[in-house]
Design a protein. Structure first.
Length: 377
């Protein structure tokens, strides 16, 4: 049974001895470290040559090259809250969501290879615990001057490699003391929306709930990634997260994180605004239909051309979609417009979807599962 605790980590800068950095880089086949104390995202990008993209809290890149001779899926650089200073690097290898074919055997092989190759450079491993946000799990650990490497192998779920510094400072009050209203943007068009919500790309796998929840946790300064969340919620390989079970398990995590929540079913500008105006995003269970995708595209192309919200309101008056229960999905509502009666959504589909996408409330009601949930300190 998993144990949970709250650690919102604000790590100091990573600083490995030059010899250790060279050993790690040599075995990994990628220049992640150097003897310099600078761990800004820009410096990590310069050293690795990888096009890391994201927002403060999480930067990532899909990997096209092996790491330590093992195929890798994604490299993620986590930063301290509202900072560009890296406090953890996570490399995702074989996993249930991304890996085709017999993924369990690939997880086993990847874990064995990584363990052998890291040990050849770092020496004997120790059995330890890797802590991420509110989650802890058994992992192999190697100590270096100034830092540790953790190899986390879950034979049914994933293989992940984490590089973290030796010391971490817990800051349990960081989420509570932050005024999230500072993230609210208002413009002359009547749009009200939240900026600075980290993007997590779920990729081709059906991890919409885990990815959306990771975005919420990261927004509040809690580093808990979607692979751990998927494990906790028993997310199936092709998607199929059991929403009710996932929400029960998420409820345990959010309590330990000091987050509160409000659930509601009625979708309107008024119900959404009650949370957006406080800087709190809303998780929305809905159906991502083909007609909705067409409406998204229409809005993205035509809305910027409208001279006024009144003009846009006239254009979308007839914009509607049929009521349909197909393609169950979870995304974030991050804004509203009271003049045009629209909501703004953000899907976990990569950086192109970081900006709000606007849809009329009357259309949104047609594909709503009537489950909306706000999280806040």
């Amino acid at each position: 049974m998993k144990k949970f605790l709250l650690i919102v980590s604000l790590f100091p800068l990573l600083s490995f001895a030059a010899a250790d950095a060279e050993k790690i880089n040599s075995i990994l086949g990628i220049k992640l470290l150097d003897s310099s104390p600078s761990w800004k995202i820009a410096d990590l990008h310069r050293r690795t040559g990888l096009p890391l993209r994201g927002t403060p809290g999480r930067y990532s890149v899909k990997m096209k090259q092996p790491v330590a001779g093992v195929p890798a899926e994604e490299l993620i650089a986590y930063t301290a809250k509202n900072s560009r200073m890296v406090n953890r690097i996570t490399i995702v290898f074989a996993n249930k969501g991304d890996t085709s074919g017999k993924y369990k055997s690939k997880i086993k092989d990847a874990g064995s290879l990584l363990s052998t190759r890291i040990s050849s450079a770092a020496g004997n491993k120790k059995r330890s615990q890797f802590v991420s946000g509110n989650y802890r799990n058994k992992a192999d650990m190697w100590q270096f001057n100034g830092g540790k490497i953790y190899l986390e192998v879950n034979k049914k779920e994933f293989v992940m490699l984490h590089i973290v510094p030796d010391k971490a400072a817990a800051d349990k009050k960081s989420s509570v003391n932050t005024d999230y209203r500072k993230n609210i943007v208002k413009n002359s068009f009547g749009d009200v929306y939240i900026k600075n919500i980290p993007m997590v790309d779920q990729g081709a796998k059906g991890y919409c709930v885990p990815a959306t929840m990771e975005r919420i946790f990261l927004y509040y300064g809690i580093q808990l990634d979607m692979h751990h969340i998927a494990e906790i919620g028993d997310t199936e390989r092709g998607g199929g997260t059991y929403l009710n079970k996932m929400l029960r398990d998420i409820n345990t995590l959010r309590k330990k994180s000091g987050l509160r929540t409000t659930r509601f079913s009625a979708l309107s500008v008024k119900t959404v605004a009650a949370h957006i105006d406080k800087g709190n995003p809303v998780m929305w269970a809905m159906f991502s239909t083909r007609e909705l995708q067409s409406l998204y595209l229409f809005s993205k192309q035509k809305r910027p051309q409208a001279a006024s919200p009144q003009e846009w309101q006239k254009k979308i008056r007839k914009a509607d979609i049929p009521k349909k229960e197909a393609g169950p999905h979870v995304c974030l509502i991050i804004g509203y417009n009271a003049i045009t009666d629209e909501i703004a959504v953000s899907n976990s589909w990569g950086q192109m979807h970081i900006a709000p996408t606007w849809i009329p409330v009357k259309a949104a009601r047609k594909i709503s599962q009537k489950h909306l949930q706000a999280f806040y300190p």
